[in-house]
Design a protein around this ligand. Structure first.
Ligand code: C2E
Ligand code: MG
Ligand code: MG
Length: 498
């Protein structure tokens, strides 16, 4: 080899050596850092930084040991899951620092209550777990839970707020409900959810029925996801009738789900699932668009003017960009806002009354009508009722059902009618099934009614036939009648818009 080439080769070897050494050093350094960091990461995982309680990782180890002890001693052992109710609302309303302080104080209070040997851990944001002590003389899990409920009757004082906290609990027992911690934990969570769906602040022991109904619910949820795509949802329409003139004022759009295997699934079964899963946002938008398009088809076919009313769920009202969706649905159907009425419940409006007022004012100034549905079953602030741009209160059908036999219901209906009229709102009675009920409502001064006495909700074609039959006897409403809002606050008339 010639001299220069030898020199080049030596230099290359030195360069490669230097790079290799640098890479080797870097790798060693990284490994050293990683080894150094390990205990910190490990301890973070084993202990919750906020409360100092064992985390899921640490709890799994304790549970495995407890299960082994319970097995060899031939005694039962409990896994209790506690879920803090409304933690998200507390965080939203009072800030995360207050929420964090609450969790710290709550875990201290729980620790002080528990028997020695019971293990308390934090599984997630609002979820705690208790591993019951194994052995004779152990306090039964349900007694521990009752003690926790009692201890939580005392509110937590944080930064000048007195915060009341409730928890839901679910209990699973080894070996009866499962052989491993994983199974026991899932079953305790199932029991907790089953209790929560009935009442916040309650506890349940796991039972097999709970898993069955949860599986059934999950299956229904999966089917519901396909329902819109597969065209299984339909809207039926129920007339709302003017009591004085007998004329049909509007049509309430009500969802119907015809499942290919399950058959008819009632809204009261699937709407709560749609709300819980957030599916109601897409379903609700579909309903709104479909109802507006239906009204456009009816108007184009020469049907005299009618208003269509659509039920809105609380989630749609709070989460979706409701005003934009309403505008787009009206625009696509080329429908004036006065043809649309939205039905909301008291709880969805009052949940955040200030924000609701802003959205409703926007919709009302556009000319959309607003009704409060199922009035009398929820909680309304009278001062807000006065300030909201409402058109109508709909008296819940539970008050109409026994109107003829129950003087209490008469008193309630009378009070709602008088309240509505003094707020200058219209009032509609729901669930009118007999002529006697209708006559009584007329005497009490109710403006409109809805119910099987006139017609149940029917498919669009049947609704057209119904209107033809009813309208044959009475003069139709004019478009100007339809477009005028009743709201005292943002009175809209076609003239005022012009
Ligand atoms: P709602 O809005 O209060 O609707 C009135 C319910 O009363 C309807 O039940 C209707 O069929 C029923 N009804 C009407 N007249 C009578 C009567 O004379 N007697 C009796 N016993 N019942 C009568 P449906 O269709 O089963 O709907 C139940 C609830 O489901 C609705 O109560 C509403 O809260 C909800 N819902 C229905 N469609 C929708 C929708 O598109 N979106 C949302 N968010 N909720 C809906
Ligand atoms: Mg309704
Ligand atoms: Mg109702």
């Amino acid at each position: 080899m010639e001299g220069p080439y030898v020199l080049l080769a030596v230099l290359s070897l030195i360069a490669i050596g230097a790079v290799a050494t640098a890479v080797w050093l870097a790798l060693r350094l990284r490994r050293a850092q990683a080894t150094h960091a390990e205990p910190a990461t490990g301890s973070r995982q084993r202990h919750d930084t906020l409360t100092g309680l064992p985390t899921r990782v640490a709890i799994v180890a304790s549970a495995e040991q407890a299960i082994a002890e319970a097995q060899s001693a031939g005694v039962p052992f409990s896994v209790t899951v506690l879920n803090v109710n409304r933690l998200k609302s507390i965080n939203d309303a009072l800030g995360h620092e207050v929420g964090d302080a609450l969790l710290r104080l709550l875990s201290q209070r729980l620790r002080a209550i528990l028997a020695r040997g019971d293990v308390l851990g934090r599984l997630a944001g609002d979820e705690f777990v208790i591993l019951g002590r194994v052995g004779t003389g152990t306090i039964p899990a349900e007694v521990t839970v009752e003690t926790i409920f009692a201890a939580l009757r005392e509110p937590f004082s944080i930064e000048g707020h007195d915060i009341e906290v409730t928890v839901c609990a679910g209990i699973a027992m080894f070996p009866e409900h499962g052989a491993t911690f994983d199974v026991l934990l899932r079953r305790a969570e199932t029991a907790m959810r089953a209790g929560r769906s009935v009442a916040r602040g309650s506890f349940r022991f796991y039972s097999e029925e709970m898993s069955k109904s949860e599986e059934e619910r999950l299956a229904l949820e999966a089917d519901l996801r396909h329902a819109i795509r597969d065209g299984q949802l339909e809207l039926h329409y129920q007339p709302k009738v003017d009591i004085a003139s007998g004329r049909v004022r509007s049509a309430e759009a009500l969802l119907r789900w015809q499942h290919p295997q399950r058959g008819f699934v009632p809204p009261n079964l699937f709407i709560p699932i749609a709300e819980e899963t957030g599916l109601i946002l897409s379903i609700g938008e579909w309903v709104l668009r479909q109802a507006c398009l239906q009204m456009r088809t009816w108007l184009d076919s020469g049907m005299p003017p009618l208003r269509v009313s659509v039920n809105l769920s609380a989630k749609q009202f709070r989460h979706g960009d409701l005003t934009a969706v309403v505008c787009s649905a009206l625009e696509d159907a080329q429908l004036q806002p006065g043809y649309l009425e939205l039905e909301l419940t008291e709880s969805s409006i009052m949940h955040d009354a200030e924000a609701s007022a802003a959205v409703l004012q926007l919709l009302s100034t556009m000319g959309v009508h607003i009704s409060i549905d199922d009035f009398g079953t929820g909680y309304s602030s009278l001062s807000y009722l006065w300030r909201l741009p409402l058109d109508k209160l709909k008296i819940d059908r539970s008050f109409v059902r026994e109107l003829l036999s129950n003087p209490d219901d008469v008193a309630i209906v009378k009070a709602i009618i008088s309240l509505a009229h003094s707020l200058r709102l219209g009032v509609v009675a729901e669930g009118v099934e007999t002529l006697e009920q209708l006559e009584h409502l007329r005497e009490l001064g109710c403006d409109q009614y809805q119910g099987f006495y006139c017609s149940p909700a029917v498919p669009p074609d049947a609704f057209v036939a119904l209107i033809k039959r009813l309208r044959a006897e009475r003069p139709a409403l004019t478009e100007a009648d339809m477009l005028r809002t009743q709201s005292r606050l943002y009175a809209y008339t076609p003239e005022s818009a012009a």
